[in-house]
Design a protein around this ligand. Structure first.
Ligand SMILES: NC(=O)c1ccc[n+]([C@@H]2O[C@H](COP(=O)([O-])OP(=O)(O)OC[C@H]3O[C@@H](n4cnc5c(N)ncnc54)[C@H](OP(=O)(O)O)[C@@H]3O)[C@@H](O)[C@H]2O)c1
Length: 235
């Protein structure tokens, strides 16, 4: 489970643990938060392990998957949640911005899936869930590398579903506003909620339910993208 120390990723990790999964809580810089997530899972009677890796490095992703398999003996579920999200109007986009977003948000899910799927196929089953964004369908203004990366993630989901069938199902949950950036104030948050059809932000439980559906609710969905956006795309 990548990017599992904080925020949305943490909510998914807690939900998977509650359903009995042993969870590898991947983090980049948030070591203390990752350890707190592991402690929270253990306190609730679950099993988890914090593992650090820089997802811009394919070698580190390979090592991360190997460490998960060594620790747990299996690899049943991969959730790609880690992501970078930075405002970058077209005129300001640098090569570094492009590489950071595409490497973290698209290349990393691809290679994590490639390495995890080797194990999943050997086991005869597996689930991969990519955490996307409705902006992958209708781009946010001024977030160009981010929206391109999330559009790519929807394509990646479909391509991997085909490549990894029939053993592994690959799906995507494209989120609308759930946990706004930490620097947002109350008015900006209220504006996000007003812009949905449901007039509220998504909750941790909403996200968890969607991910659990793809992990344990069905084997028949693959290559699917579930829009979990409060109707934001239609609003
Ligand atoms: N929050 C929302 O409302 C919302 C809306 C739409 C879509 N989404 C999607 O949902 C997912 C989770 O959202 P979020 O808001 O919780 O994400 P976030 O806080 O922006 O980032 C999640 C984690 O990604 C990790 N990360 C970023 N770059 C990394 C790298 N190079 N190596 C390793 N880890 C790296 C960071 O881990 P460390 O902190 O450990 O460094 C960070 O905590 C994302 O895919 C996002 O696009 C979220």
């Amino acid at each position: 489970m990548t990017g599992a120390a904080r925020r949305v990723g943490k909510a998914i990790a807690l939900a998977l643990a509650q359903r009995g999964a042993r969870v590898a809580v991947h983090y980049g810089n948030s070591r203390a938060q990752a350890q707190a997530t592991v402690a929270e899972i253990a306190q609730a009677g679950g099993q988890a392990l914090a593992l650090q890796a820089n997802l811009e490095s394919v070698a580190e992703i390979k090592g991360l998957v190997a460490r998960v398999v060594a620790a747990f003996g299996t690899m049943d579920i991969l959730v790609n949640s880690a992501s970078v999200f930075r405002r970058r109007p077209l005129a300001e986009v640098t090569e570094r911005d492009w590489d950071e977003h595409l490497d973290t948000n698209l290349k990393a899910p691809f290679f994590a899936a490639k390495f995890a799927a080797e194990r999943m196929r050997a086991q005869g089953q597996g689930k991969i869930v990519n955490i996307g964004d409705w902006a992958g369908i209708r781009p946010y203004r001024d977030y160009l590398p981010y929206t391109v990366s999330k559009a790519g993630l929807i394509g990646l989901t479909r391509a991997l579903a085909k490549a990894l069938a029939p053993e592994v199902q690959v799906n995507c949950v494209a989120l609308g506003p759930v946990m706004p950036p930490e620097e947002y104030g109350p008015e900006e948050i209220a504006k996000l909620a007003r812009a949905t059809l449901t007039k509220r932000l998504g909750s941790a439980a909403d996200v968890a339910q969607a991910v659990l559906f793809f992990c344990e609710g069905t084997d028949f969905a693959t290559g699917a993208t579930l829009l979990l956006d409060g109707g934001r795309l239609l609003a």
